[in-house]
Design a protein around this ligand. Structure first.
Ligand SMILES: [Fe+2]
Ligand SMILES: [Fe+2]
Length: 381
């Protein structure tokens, strides 16, 4: 590959291997022009970089780079690197952001080859994710996600969180899960909203004021995703069974009771296990992770609202396992929240459609409930 056609990604100085042979090349951008890049190799793969050399580089060069075609090697080093989990996960998250950005921002018109390459990259990221998250419980992952800086790219950031939750929830359900199974869970989560690349951006980024037609359009994203993965002749590493990933993508909005979309599939027999895991991950992240425009729920409120959809939208057994592993205080508060049945975690809500049921405080009224706030998502006629 000629040097000028290669692309590069930036790496942190403190996440570069020292005192043993470097697995990848190191580059700097030697162009002084703002809009131009000229990458020059300053250290070769196989060489041993000493601490002092790295310190020199740090003082001399603002940013170091690794060629994109060596990302896989870099991620493998990173998994074993002696660094804290927040740093490692941030690097993995940035790699995932790059690939998802490639997929979602390529003018919505790209070749199958391009999609295959990006999904191949996503797969490498998910392998690294599975390894880095190895020891995480659902609860420690929740805290880790809270410690990662959030980007204002709803779909990407959310997809990465869903991917990490899918891996961890599936591992909790099945502690003997193989690495390959966990990668399928993670890749399904990372790509669950893939079909959104076919939906116009103005519809996707329109919090809370969708017309019925626009909502119908959004509801096509599981079909679009399936189509891209299976009928689009996408080709990736045969170790990945794309049909399983495609089922997660296609079935993540199916409800356990058969009222979901696009196919109204029902229960364990019809909805793929990893899709049922993804539905819970998707739901939880949508209501607990802060985005630029939305409000979020405290964990106890989030779990209480999710519990109301047990066996309705959510698989009851998976939910119960999830519930047992998320730590929160089950306070019997005066506030009892319920999300409207119309809640769809795929929509960007400016205000969650919550109904608050408050118990009367006067002794005489004890036991009665009253709906004090009922906010439905605004829908244009
Ligand atoms: Fe979705
Ligand atoms: Fe989602």
């Amino acid at each position: 590959m000629s040097e000028d056609k290669r692309s590069y990604f930036s790496v942190r100085h403190d996440l570069i291997q020292v005192e043993s042979p470097l697995a990848h090349d190191l580059y700097v951008n030697s162009s002084s022009l703002k809009d131009k890049e000229k990458f020059v190799r300053i250290f070769p793969a196989g060489g041993v970089l000493h601490k002092e050399d790295l310190e020199n580089f740090r003082q001399k060069y603002f940013q170091l780079y690794v060629p994109e075609d060596q990302r896989k090697i870099y991620l493998r080093f990173l998994v074993k690197a002696d660094a804290d989990q927040v740093k490692k996960t941030t690097v993995i998250k940035n790699a995932a952001l790059d690939y998802l950005q490639n997929i979602f921002e390529n003018n919505k018109d790209f070749s199958t080859d391009y999609l295959s390459q990006s999904i191949e990259g996503c797969k490498e990221v998910v392998y690294a994710m599975v390894d880095v998250l190895e020891e995480n419980s659902i609860d420690s992952l929740r805290k880790l996600i809270g410690n990662l800086s959030f980007h204002d790219f709803y779909t990407y950031d959310h997809s990465i969180n869903v991917s990490m939750y899918c891996i961890t929830i599936y591992k909790t359900l099945n502690p003997k899960a193989t690495r390959r199974e966990l990668v399928h869970a993670g890749l399904g989560g990372l790509l669950h909203d893939l079909g959104k690349i076919k939906i116009p951006t103005h519809i996707l980024n329109n919090p809370g004021s969708l017309s019925t037609e626009e909502y119908q359009e959004i509801k096509k994203h599981p079909d679009f995703g399936l189509d891209l993965l299976v009928n689009g002749h996408c080709q990736i590493d045969p170790e990945i069974d794309l049909k399983i990933v495609a089922r997660v993508v296609h079935e993540h909005h199916e409800n356990f009771d058969g009222t979901g979309y696009p196919s109204k599939l029902k229960g364990r027999e019809e909805i793929h296990l990893l899709a049922r895991v993804c539905t819970i991950a998707d739901f939880f992240d949508a209501i607990t992770t802060k985005r630029a425009y939305n409000e979020i729920l405290q964990i106890s409120d989030a779990m209480n609202t999710m519990r109301k959809f047990r066996a309705i939208k959510l698989d009851p057994d998976i939910f119960d396992v999830f519930d047992q592993h998320v730590r929160y205080v089950r306070a019997d508060s005066a506030r009892d929240l319920r999300l409207s049945d119309s809640f769809d975690p795929t929509l960007p809500y400016a205000k969650l459609p919550l109904e608050e049921i408050r118990k009367f405080e006067k002794e005489l009224d004890f036991g009665k409930i009253k709906v004090v706030d009922q906010s439905q998502p605004k829908k244009k006629a």
